[in-house]
Design a binder for this molecule. Structure first.
Ligand code: HEM
Length: 149
């Protein structure tokens, strides 16, 4: 499990309000990048069909959870929901870099280099991978349980 450094957590908390203020723009920019990959786009198409609504919760969740990065142990029920959804839609560890590579440039697209400096993006990268590792571990367990059943 990767853990974000104390320094990264400080930066994430300090910049979370700016990211949230521009949350919709960042989300839009992130999905535009993510959906350049047809395989990934298909996962979201299936989710939208099953769901009947435009699935845009993923980016919002990353922004929201990252600012609670120093108390992620409180995420319990939210994690179970995400894991359930990810297992339904077939999310695997190899998909996580795609989201990181869409989200971090999207933050820079929207906030610009002056605000989204290399240091800020690196801190958000650490926050992302800390969250991702929690999900990846829980999903591995869920896939294993499903296979055993
Ligand atoms: C740290 C990384 C991630 C976080 C925090 C996250 C969070 C979430 C959340 C909160 C939801 C909505 C769950 C609900 O129904 O309440 C969701 C759904 C979903 N996620 Fe993730 N996710 C992450 C990574 C990924 C990755 C790597 C993929 C695959 C490319 C992915 C694909 C999906 C899909 C297809 C859905 C269903 C659509 C939807 O209901 O929004 N997620 N995720």
């Amino acid at each position: 499990m990767r853990t974000a450094s104390a320094h990264a957590m400080e930066i994430v908390k300090a910049t979370a309000p700016a990211l949230e203020k521009h949350g919709l723009a960042i989300t839009t920019a992130m999905y535009a990048r993510l959906f350049r990959n047809a395989e990934i786009e298909a996962m979201f198409d299936r989710a939208a069909q099953a769901n009947g609504e435009q699935p845009k919760r993923l980016a919002a969740a990353i922004l929201a959870y990252a600012k609670n990065i120093d108390k992620l142990q409180n995420l319990g029920p939210a994690v179970s929901r995400m894991v359930a959804r990810h297992v339904e839609t077939g999310v695997k560890p190899e998909h996580y870099p795609h989201v990181a590579n869409a989200l971090l440039p999207a933050i820079r697209d929207v906030l610009g280099e002056a605000v989204a400096t290399d240091e800020v993006l690196a801190a958000w990268g650490e926050a992302y991978w800390m969250l991702a590792d929690i999900l990846i571990a829980a999903e591995a367990q869920a896939y294993e349980d499903a296979e055993a059943a």
